[in-house]
Design a protein around this ligand. Structure first.
Ligand code: FES
Length: 568
């Protein structure tokens, strides 16, 4: 140990008398029943996120207990502390608004409280990105543990998992092929255990990304939430956090340009969530690392999809774990990876992958030479409708719609969409392109509204997919020919705001473009009359509106992005 204060002596409260502050702190710590022997140990903070509004974190108490066990056994004092918790479906207007709040909470509580290292326990969509953003900025030795994916349920002989099957059944219900009674039955069978959504949605993608970055222990991303191995992993995570106090490996050493590129490879190979692009951009941005959209496309074009999981394929996260998980996937990707990155254990990726491989289920994790598809699942688009870029999940889209020119049917916002989408008199045909405006970060907090429903009258006529465009996001569990994250967003005067009913729009996946086929002078004329929506005047929402960046910058707050922590 160095002479630097450690354990409870770190960051003493300012009373103008350090000895008094130390004496008072120890006295109050003893009121928690901690012996003087333990009070002298190094401290591992455990950022825990249980909440009665977060089903995905139902297993948190057991995980905290297991991490604490590992910390104690390795000779340190575990100190769990709460932060904001974000349960995806319980937040209005959308959890995305609060990701940065949770990241700030995590960063500040890591820095304000006396700890030598921190374990971050998250799982639901925004929680892992928020924790990694906060930890990257705090830059104290940190390790991520995820709550793990849900196990599947059963319905009339079919396996069900949130939330790809939620959407599949809802689409059938809207189309009239599933009735009220069956949809009520399905409601009770989709989410049947603790843990995060059962498919390769945002939560699972971020768990894989955390492991690919080197911020969580090898092999832990996909262990099911209810599996005993998850608790063993939690215990080992506690021990690893204590080792971090000695090695002093900080997030800034683990999250580097190279490890971020490895994470992008994994994102492509698992055909992961579009949301992960925004989150990874924000995490990397906290350390001054940028991933230009052109680089995303280059990586996507040369990285095959190797994992056959919903929403794109067939399996669920429990299958991915049983098939060999991240270790098996990374070995297949080895020729494309930077192997000299270092994880929180101080091991290079090459050292990890040199370990002997165990059995791999090739039906779920394909060999490099026989991929699910030869190119990555996600691409970015440019073009006159999205000068700063847009995201397209080609793996979840209908190839027959990749080269489409159609007539725009425009919804000016979320309320307009819900008011008119099922109107029997809506002037819409299957060849039209649905456009949603004012659902970007400034206008609406960028909700997962980009998966515009197929108008009921078309769904009932058998239409399964249409081209849909918005500045919103889409759930990682969703699918369809959907252009998302259009930037600049409509609310700040991006060209999306200029689209009118009847305009022609052209999507070309081959050219990676989305274009509004209207003369530039006419677009400029329409945008000159554009009025931004009114801004909230007080509180967090006002701060959010003032500070949130666009999707290509990760929707972080402008004052939080950047490399240098400026804390005392
Ligand atoms: Fe939490 Fe899907 S709702 S991961």
């Amino acid at each position: 140990m160095t002479d630097e204060p450690h354990g409870l002596d770190r960051g003493l409260t300012n009373y103008g008398d350090r000895d008094f502050a130390r004496y008072l702190r120890r006295s109050f710590a003893r009121s928690m029943g901690i012996s003087p022997r333990l009070l002298n140990k190094p401290v591992v903070g455990i950022a825990m996120t249980p909440s009665g509004f977060n089903n995905c974190h139902r297993g948190m108490p057991e995980l905290v207990e297991a991490v604490s066990r590992g910390v104690l056994e390795a000779g340190a004092l575990p100190r769990p502390f709460p932060t904001v918790s974000l349960g995806e479906v319980f937040l209005n207007p959308t959890s995305m608004v609060y990701r940065n709040l949770m990241a700030m909470d995590t960063e500040e509580m890591i820095l304000a409280q006396p700890m030598d290292a921190v374990v971050l326990i998250g799982g639901c969509d925004k929680t892992v990105p928020a924790q990694l953003m906060g930890a990257a900025s705090a830059d104290l030795p940190a390790i991520q543990l995820v709550t793990g994916p849900m196990s599947t349920g059963r319905h009339r002989g079919q396996r069900l998992g949130a939330c790809t099957d939620c959407r599949g059944f809802w689409a059938k219900y809207r189309a009239g092929t599933v009735d009220d009674e069956e949809i009520a039955e399905v409601e009770g069978r989709l989410s049947v255990t603790q843990g995060t959504c059962a498919v390769m949605g945002t939560a699972s993608t971020m768990a894989c990304i955390a492991e690919a970055l080197g911020m969580s222990l090898p092999g832990t991303a996909a262990i099911p939430a209810v599996h005993s191995d998850r608790l063993v992993a939690a215990e080992e995570t506690g021990r690893a956090a204590v080792r971090l106090i000695e090695t002093k490996i900080r997030p800034s050493r683990v999250i580097t340009q190279k490890s971020v590129e490895n994470a992008v490879r994994v994102l492509m190979a698992v055909s992961g969530s579009t949301n992960a692009i925004v989150h990874l951009t924000a995490i990397a941005g906290r350390l001054g690392i940028r991933i230009p959209y052109e680089r995303f496309n280059a990586i996507s074009d040369e990285t095959p999809v190797l994992v056959d999981l919903k929403p794109v394929g067939d399996g669920y996260m429990e299958d991915f774990h049983a098939a060999g998980g991240m270790g098996a996937l990374l070995r297949e990707l080895r020729p494309l990876l930077h192997l000299d990155t270092v994880d929180i254990e101080g091991r290079t990726l090459a050292e990890r992958l040199d370990e002997p491989e165990t059995w791999v289920d090739r039906a779920v994790i394909r060999p490099f030479a026989d991929p699910v598809s030869p190119q990555g699942g996600l691409i970015t688009l440019g073009g006159s409708l999205a000068p700063d870029g847009a995201i397209f999940k080609r793996a979840a889209a209908t190839p027959g719609l990749f080269e489409t020119e159609g007539r725009a049917v425009v919804f000016t916002g979320l309320e307009d969409l819900s008011a008119r989408i099922d109107d029997p008199d809506l002037d819409v045909t299957p060849d039209d392109i649905l456009v949603l405006q004012n659902a970007g970060p400034h206008a609406a907090g960028m909700p997962e509204a980009g998966y515009l429903p197929i108008p009921k009258k078309l769904a009932r006529a058998g239409v399964k997919d249409m081209v849909r465009i918005s500045d919103a996001r889409m759930s990682g569990t969703a699918f369809g020919t959907i252009v998302l994250h259009v930037a600049p967003e409509a609310a700040i005067g991006g060209p999306l705001a200029a689209v009118r009913d009847g305009d022609r729009i052209r999507l070309s996946v081959k050219e990676k473009r989305i274009d509004l086929l209207v003369a530039p002078e006419e677009i400029a004329r329409r945008l000159a009359a554009h009025e931004p929506p009114p801004a909230p005047k007080r509180g967090y929402k006002a701060l959010y509106r003032r500070s949130v960046t666009q999707a290509p910058e990760g929707c972080d707050f402008d004052f939080l992005a950047g490399a240098a922590p400026d804390h005392p």
